[in-house]
Design a protein around this ligand. Structure first.
Ligand code: FA5
Length: 344
């Protein structure tokens, strides 16, 4: 107290001691102010009062430093620096103390277990396609591809479907300008593969096909097919049936039966419809068509029908997927309802 009353006479011989007493008091008061600050506004008020650049108390003490004689200035200056560091640290500590609970309120607690993100998954049709590639891969079939926008040669001509054939009807196909069309069947890929390589051939092709069919529980205007083609010396109808039976058992289960019904396709001879039956049930479901490659098709791609024979099949992927998962309406596969898709 004595020192404080003498503080005003900074020019006297005791100025050095008075100045140091002022700094002690300044440090104590400043620390107390930062420690007592209960919110951000109070911290800021204390900062302005003690650390403020223009009118802060520390600033005033610094002004006093300039008036001291050289010897006193050195001692006072050291103490001044220590007080400034102490008050700056008290300011930082006050801010951190106030920020910590605010972070916890915002929900950031690093000790909590993480929240697992909900992962999406592949569409059931994509899953089906991948499984088909897998199963046929085990039988030695590789994957071939062809364009969805096709020309009439690959969709009809080379498949032994002549210009006047009813399958070419504009009411049954999506024609595009310039003699092109959206392919109506994956059999187009048979032609593209045989054009590009000599026999033997053992491929499947999976992809979208388009037909202006009326939409109902089992039909869509865009759907997917899997095409199979095997060409070599001595390939027979027995090979076709074996491959399809092994496929049906691998994909749909051991209790699946398959049956061939006589049918007609311009590009196979003989031709069959492929039906499948489950769990010894009454109902046979048509899955697609198949047959032995017609000699006219081999001629169109430059294969010698006296040298090689082959089988081909084309199955609806939606029908396989629906049968596998018990889906009773094809439209569910295209509506992208997350509640439906989450089940697979
Ligand atoms: C064909 O498309 C022939 N290319 C199959 C073929 C290939 C025969 C090789 C011989 C040799 P089809 O038009 O029957 O055949 O169609 C085959 C399968 O596609 C049908 O059994 C059915 O499963 C599916 N499918 C046909 N139309 C639709 C449709 N609108 N919506 C959903 N699936 C369909």
């Amino acid at each position: 107290m004595v020192r404080e009353t003498e503080m005003g006479s900074a020019t006297g011989p005791d100025a050095r001691i008075d100045g140091l007493g002022e700094l002690d008091a300044l440090e104590a008061a400043g620390r107390a102010a930062f420690a007592a600050a209960a919110d951000a506004a109070a911290v800021e008020a204390a900062r302005v009062e003690y650390l403020g650049q223009k009118h802060g108390k520390l600033r005033a003490a610094q002004e006093r430093l300039k008036q001291l004689p050289a010897e006193a200035r050195r001692v006072y200056g050291q103490r001044f620096n220590a007080v400034r560091e102490a008050l700056e640290a008290a300011h930082r500590a006050a801010r951190e103390r106030l920020e910590r609970p605010a972070r916890a309120e915002a929900g950031v607690d690093v000790t909590l277990p993480g929240r697992r993100p909900r992962l999406g998954h592949l569409h059931p049709l994509t899953q089906t396609a991948n499984e088909l590639i897998d199963v046929f891969g085990r039988f030695g079939f590789s994957v071939a591809r062809g364009p969805e926008v096709e020309d009439v040669f690959h969709n009809f001509e080379a498949l032994n479907i002549p210009p006047a054939h009813p399958a070419r009807d504009p009411l049954d196909n999506f024609y595009l300008p310039g003699g092109r069309m959206l392919r109506s069947q994956t059999s187009t890929v048979q032609i593209r593969v045989m054009e590009s390589q000599p026999p033997p051939v053992r491929v499947i092709a999976i992809g979208r096909v388009y037909r202006p069919d009326a939409v109902d529980a089992t039909h869509s205007f865009m759907f997917h097919q899997i095409e199979g083609l095997m060409v070599d010396r001595g390939v027979t109808m027995a090979d076709l049936k074996t491959v399809l039976r092994l496929f049906a058992e691998s994909y749909l289960g051991r209790d699946v039966k398959i049956r061939f019904r006589p049918s007609f396709f311009p590009f196979t001879e003989p031709s069959v419809e492929v039906d499948m039956q489950w769990h010894g049930g009454e109902r046979w479901v048509e899955m697609g068509g198949a047959g032995m490659v017609d000699p006219n098709v081999f001629r169109a791609v430059g294969y010698d029908p006296e040298e090689v024979t082959g089988f081909a099949f084309g199955l609806g992927i939606e029908r396989l997927c629906m049968r596998r998962h018990g889906i009773d309406d094809i439209r569910l596969l295209y509506q992208n309802d997350a509640r439906f898709l989450a089940q697979f």
